[in-house]
Design a binder for this molecule. Structure first.
Ligand code: XIL
Length: 312
């Protein structure tokens, strides 16, 4: 069977990928996206604030509508990404200087974006990358003006806009022990004690070849919060040059990570951050690293694909 079909047979909800109109309109990528290897899509960029509300109260859902329509017309589900994030955040939001205005802006942004897709997007990354690696809150207009309360405001607004969507906190570097994952788990506890509606923790899992062993240790800690968990942006980057041996290691690494999700009951799914190596953000973001995904630049299955397949 194909990957999404096989992970469902293991009791999970989906094997997904990042996708957007620019990538599904590629005639080589499209058939792989439509195939049974993928059952869910996350808009790679089209759901972000700079795209969806470039000026206050001026919304543009052209690309997100296209992604959601492509997904649903091909029988796939959609993870929404992302509502409150310090990156790809328009200057007009960053220029806000009073807390009441910012609260209204967050609430209107979320009500409009989540409300538009009510019933059609099954989960949302409500807040993204809000912690530093040392466990303190990241500096942002949100934290600066509202403190931790910006998280409560965002989740409550998302629940009001779509009561059935699963609401996630999403972050990276949750793949190993340390102050960041400790802080995230502690925040989840405070949110629950305040009655804030949160359903899931997303671990992005942008990993480095040979450094994936922490996932199996940390995923159960995230799941012990009682929330559902997901690997939301999985890729495993290789330092150039790519060799046969490194591709074999990547197969082992993908197998290890996929098995970690399989063995945690409330790990609901895995999303890889792009269909093929030509669709990855890694090359431009991490100089010297490349080839982090399951399909190569010619849309051929890599050893990494077999590593995931063997885990299911
Ligand atoms: C990345 C996209 O893949 C790129 O195309 C874009 O230029 C920058 O953002 N963490 C996230 C994702 O939550 O939204 C990021 O996506 C990758 C890191």
């Amino acid at each position: 069977g194909l990957l999404d079909q096989k992970i469902k047979a293991k009791g999970k909800v989906y094997l997904g990928s990042a996708l957007d109109p620019n990538t599904f309109n590629d005639g080589a990528v499209r058939p792989v996206a439509i195939s049974g290897d993928f059952g869910a899509f996350t808009p790679e960029n089209s759901g972000k604030w700079d795209t969806t509300e470039p000026a206050r109260g001026v919304f543009n859902f052209t690309n997100l509508d296209a992604l959601v329509n492509f997904a649903t017309s091909n029988g796939k589900i959609v993870r929404g990404h992302t509502l409150v994030w310090h990156q790809q955040l328009p200057a007009w939001v960053q220029a806000i200087r009073d807390s009441n205005t910012l609260t209204q802006v967050i609430q209107n942004h979320i009500a409009t974006e989540v409300g538009r897709y009510r019933g059609r997007i099954f989960a949302w990354d409500v807040v993204n990358e809000i912690f530093n690696d040392n466990g303190t809150f990241r500096t942002s207009v949100f934290f600066n003006l509202l403190g931790e309360n910006f998280v409560d405001i965002a989740f409550r607004a998302a629940r009001a806009a779509d009561p059935n969507a699963k609401l996630y906190i999403n972050d990276f570097n949750l793949d190993g022990p340390g102050p960041k994952i400790d802080a995230l788990i502690a925040l989840v506890g405070r949110l629950k004690s305040r009655g804030v509606p949160i359903d899931g923790i997303g671990s992005q899992s942008h990993l480095i070849l040979g450094q994936v062993g922490g996932v199996a240790g940390q995923l159960p800690r995230l799941a012990a919060t009682g929330l559902q968990v997901a690997l939301t942006e999985l890729d495993i980057r290789i330092q150039s040059p790519v060799t046969t041996q490194k591709l074999q290691q990547q197969q082992n690494d993908f197998n290890t990570v996929a098995r970690a999700c399989i063995s945690v009951p409330n790990c609901v799914g895995i999303t890889v951050w792009g269909i093929s190596d030509k669709n990855s953000f890694v090359d431009s973001t991490f100089p010297g690293f490349t080839a982090p995904l399951l399909f190569d630049r010619n849309l051929q299955r890599k050893p990494a694909y077999n590593g995931v397949d063997a885990a299911f």
